[in-house]
Design a protein around this ligand. Structure first.
Ligand SMILES: Nc1ncnc2c1ncn2[C@@H]1O[C@H](COP(=O)(O)OP(=O)(O)OP(=O)(O)O)[C@@H](O)[C@H]1O
Ligand SMILES: [Mg+2]
Length: 460
């Protein structure tokens, strides 16, 4: 059974139902109290009528005072007047007829007045006498007037009211209980199921096992369950599609980014090819082939995986110097350009994915070249420690701008250069991290910029 919450739907329903049933009982009580009072009077009128019959049966239609007192006490009144054939006759009366506070004529009863009078009996305490005029139920054509004390009526009416109150409480509690359990079963429990499903869905929208299974009930709740299930599956599908599209978008951006760099190499090579004679062609041809291979490999990998994640690095051990040479060439740093490369890594051997390290260094060198249109120097240092190789790429350019610093390594956001996409550093970081290493901006300012790569060896 679901938990009972003081502010929950079930608790409110319980309180409301009890309240409404009590209200209904009060509405029923008012006419019943009026009817109770009327019946009380009718019983007295009937008894009084019988007493008058006894007197009429007596010799000379006269009884002794003792007899009269006895009859009056039996009926519970102080005086009885009989009206027959338009003639009123005082039939019985005690010695000292009391003062009468009010007169009620049952012949002219109006429902609202009866209710009001019944309430007045309860609300106005005091020893007073009333006169009641009415017909005995057995002889509706005769008219009897009685004078009687109000106190016994009040006691009887109170007794009646307490009994009604007790009964009302029992009825309202039983009704409220029944209403409560029916609503609990029909509405509150299914609503909780719906809410729980919504909350579970919010926590993990992709988790299909948390979807609601419609119970198939034919009512509005069943409809809500079906709609919710439908909505959940649509949102889940949209979410999956969106995630895939986002991944595809990132993948395509990365492919085009690196493809552009790689094809730039091919372009440089072809530029040189155009100016060169046969020996140059022979020397440059392998580089052109290598570049195109990388471009094709990247596209093929991306298409094969169909996802944004980079392929895990395939580590090999190789000398850094020739790789830097290749990268410098690709970045246009060779052949007497304005930017000069100084390699100070000696014969450091690195243990990494050669293609990926190529792309990392190419992004760093290209950034340095692009930052120094007027010329400058790029220095690549490498030091091998026991379990890692630290490579530093330093230039003496103008340093990173504020936007680039603020969104460093964030894809599409760090780019502060016209024509740049802002992906280079983000890709470099992802590739370095895939090797278990990291990339950091060590220093930047008007005197230059230094990035440091920290590459753990694969065997560490
Ligand atoms: N060595 C550097 N000197 C000065 N600014 C740099 C240097 N390296 C990067 N930056 C700044 O950081 C920004 C981000 O570089 P990043 O390589 O991520 O993107 P990009 O070069 O703008 O575009 P992309 O490399 O995708 O073509 C650059 O736009 C540039 O402003
Ligand atoms: Mg760049």
């Amino acid at each position: 059974m679901a938990k009972f919450l003081p502010g929950g739907l079930s608790a409110r329903l319980l309180v409301l139902t009890t309240g409404f049933v009590m209200l209904a009982e009060v509405l029923i009580y008012l006419p019943s109290a009026a009817r109770f009072r009327e019946t009380y009077f009718e019983a007295r009128l009937e008894a009084a009528y019988l007493a008058t019959r006894a007197v009429l049966a007596a010799p000379d239609e006269m009884v002794t005072q003792d007899m009269a007192d006895e009859l009056l006490a039996d009926v519970g009144v102080r005086a009885i007047v009989l009206k027959r054939r338009d003639r009123r006759t005082l039939m019985l009366s005690d010695d000292m007829p009391p003062d009468v506070a009010s007169t009620f004529d049952l012949m002219e009863r109006r429902p609202l007045d009866m209710i009001r009078d019944a309430l007045m009996v309860l609300l106005k305490p005091g020893e007073r006498y009333i006169r009641v005029i009415g017909a005995p139920p057995s002889h509706p054509t005769d008219e009897i007037t009685i004078i009687l004390p109000e106190a016994p009526l009040r006691a009887a009416l109170r007794d009646f009211s307490w009994r009604i109150l007790g009964l009302s409480l029992v009825i309202s509690l039983v009704t409220a209980g029944l209403v409560y359990f029916s609503l609990q079963w029909l509405m509150v429990a299914p609503m909780r199921r719906l809410t729980a499903s919504m909350m579970a869905f919010r926590a993990a929208p992709e988790d299909a096992s948390r979807a609601i299974h419609p119970s198939g009930r034919p009512d509005e709740i069943g409809q809500a369950e079906t709609e919710l299930a439908e909505m959940q599956s649509q949102i889940r599908a949209a979410l999956t599609q969106k995630t895939r599209l986002a991944a595809l978008g990132i993948a395509v951006s990365k492919v085009s980014h690196d493809l552009r760099n790689i094809l730039a190499t091919a372009q440089i090579v072809s530029d040189r090819l155009a100016q060169s004679d046969d020996p140059d062609v022979r020397r440059l041809a392998p580089r052109l082939v290598g570049s195109l291979d990388r471009a094709i490999g990247l596209c093929a990998d991306t298409l094969q995986y169909g996802r944004a994640d980079e392929k895990p690095p395939t580590r090999t051990s190789f000398a850094l110097a020739p790789l830097v040479d290749d990268v410098a060439f690709a970045a246009g740093l060779t052949g007497g350009g304005r930017v000069v490369l100084r390699y100070a890594g000696g014969d450091t051997i690195v243990d990494a994915d050669r293609d990926q390290l190529f792309r990392i260094l190419l992004n760093l060198l290209r950034n340095a070249v692009e930052a120094m249109p007027g010329g400058g120097e790029v220095r690549v240092d490498a030091v091998r420690h026991d379990d890692r190789v630290v490579i530093e790429v330093a230039d003496n350019g103008p340093g990173l701008g504020a936007v680039a610093r603020e969104h460093l390594f964030e894809p599409f956001r760090g780019g502060a250069r016209a024509g740049g996409t802002g992906l280079g550093l983000a890709i470099a970081q992802e590739l370095v991290r895939a090797h278990g290493g990291d990339i950091a901006l060590v220093r930047t300012g008007p005197l230059g910029t230094t990035f440091r790569l920290d590459l753990p060896t694969g065997r560490a």
